[in-house]
Design a protein around this ligand. Structure first.
Ligand code: SAH
Length: 458
């Protein structure tokens, strides 16, 4: 066996020198990195080595010899153990700085644009209880159907009732639903045997409307007393306007299956954003932090500095939130989105908000962009809001060929943002500024809005 500077179960004293972007403290023993949960740079800690790998190991704090001034008391340790709130031991002010620095780093190292200003992260006054959506795994623990969250890097459930970052009314709803399911003797899903019924409970609550949608993800279509259970949920939680059964028969980590059945009420819920009304279907994406989503979209709209003659592409439009919020300022909006349910929502949302100049297309953004280009659509502003993997190269090619004056890039992953703005630069677009917005307090996720402008031909 190879010789490592530390051994499993060894107790040592180390100094924390860094914080990974996932919020783990880093110490080095003779150059060998140890990752340590619940530790912060500057702290001296006594740790127990729990895992020794080829290139790095993991350790657990047994005792703090010194504490960082940036440390704040945590609500409960399960928030770190499960990864629900992996930065909750770091003061909120420092979390915001940490996120700004991460963006600055990738702009330097990946994009090679150290000169681009990365502004201070826009945070929340009250950085807890913000999530409008919960996806809670259901398992059998000690003979009972139980809700909670997975221990990090495992599928072992830790029972939790207070999720801290979720809307407290959602936390309450989950406990009520869990108790109803117990009363009806519903069997919790068992991953190993692929038996049992209930896999996940998803709850969404409108920040402004307080409408609640409940999705019960089941392993089979046949859901004994499903309708009665749904009615009972509505009776005990009157805010519930929709209970959906989602059927997921696969052996998979993917939460949702393809098929939905309405068990009670509507097939969608409604919320508001920037004064507009939006319907949201079970399969559609909707930002989980409503007030901060408003800050994010408003920043994007400000960066776009729109005028009445503008033609805007809203790529990765979801249910149309961004395009519909700015439609009255411009001539036309073209939205593209890959999820068909979301496009139906977007079309209905445009109508509901009396928006007549927004046109939606289902499909992959990279494919539809090319078609729009061939059809001669000439956007002056392109707004993109892709998932973590960022933009396809072919999308960036088409976007640049369409020659808009501005591109506004909303990103949930600084690394792919930095990669993509580099390609935009090669195609004639200058990155002007980056504004981080904290949509996920207590977690390590970083959201940004970036403005790119066309470099005039010289
Ligand atoms: N702008 C919306 C949605 C952003 S999330 C909002 O703020 O609410 C990203 C969206 O991109 C999701 O709705 C997802 O379904 C969609 N998506 C993912 N890959 C895509 C692709 N290749 N082409 C178009 N849309 C895609």
């Amino acid at each position: 066996m190879k010789d490592y500077p530390v051994k499993k179960n060894q107790r040592i004293i180390v100094s924390i020198i860094d914080l990974t972007h996932e919020g783990m403290g880093v110490a080095k023993v003779d150059g060998y990195p140890l990752f340590i949960e619940n530790s912060l740079p500057g702290e001296e800690v006594e740790v127990l080595v729990v895992k020794v790998g080829n290139k790095f190991g993991f350790a657990k704090v047994e005792k703090w010899l010194t504490e960082s001034p940036d440390r704040q008391p945590i609500e409960h340790i399960d928030l770190l153990r499960t990864g629900i709130a992996p930065l909750s031991h770091l003061s909120y002010e420092k979390q915001l700085e940490f996120k700004q620095e991460q963006v600055q780093n990738v702009m330097k190292k990946i994009a090679k644009m150290p000169e681009v200003p990365v502004y201070e992260t826009l945070g929340m006054d009250e950085p807890s209880g913000y999530r409008n959506k919960a996806q809670i795994p259901v398992r059998r623990v000690a003979g009972e159907l139980t809700t909670g969250f997975y221990r990090k890097n495992s599928h072992q459930i830790i029972p939790i009732e207070d999720f801290y970052i979720q809307d407290p009314d959602i936390d309450k709803a989950i406990v009520t639903i869990r108790n109803i399911l117990r009363r009806f003797d519903v069997r919790a899903y068992d991953e190993e045997s692929h038996k049992g019924m209930l896999r996940h409970i998803i709850v969404r609550r409108g920040h402004y409307t307080h409408e609640i949608m409940v999705i019960l993800v089941t392993r089979k279509e046949k859901f004994f007393k499903g309708e009665l259970i749904a009615e009972t949920i509505n009776k005990e939680i009157p805010e519930v306007v929709s209970v959906i059964q989602n059927i997921n028969e696969e052996k998979t980590n993917v939460i949702l299956g393809k098929e939905n059945r309405v068990l009670f009420g509507k097939d969608h819920m409604v919320d508001q954003l920037l004064g507009h009304t939006f319907r949201i279907s079970p399969q559609s994406f909707y930002q989980v932090n409503t007030p901060q989503a408003e800050v994010l979209y408003q920043t994007a709209i400000d960066f776009a500095d729109l005028k009445k003659s503008d033609v805007v592409i809203d790529a990765y439009s979801g249910i149309g939130t961004i395009g519909i919020s700015l439609a009255d300022k411009v001539k036309d909006v073209y939205g593209v989105e890959v999820t068909p349910e979301a496009i139906i929502d977007a079309q209905i949302n445009a109508e509901k908000n009396h928006v007549e100049n927004a046109h939606y297309q289902t499909g992959k953004a990279e494919v539809v962009m090319k078609k729009w280009h061939e059809r001669g659509i000439k956007p002056t502003v392109i707004i993109v809001d892709p998932p973590r993997k960022g933009l396809a190269e072919s999308f960036i090619q088409s976007a640049a060929e369409m020659s808009p004056e501005k591109v506004v890039y909303i990103s949930c992953n600084p690394a792919t943002l930095a990669r993509d703005v580099k390609l935009f630069q090669e195609l004639g677009y200058k990155t002007e500024k980056v504004q981080p917005v904290d949509l996920f307090p207590q977690s390590y996720h970083v959201e940004t809005v970036t403005l790119l402008t066309k470099i005039e031909n010289n």
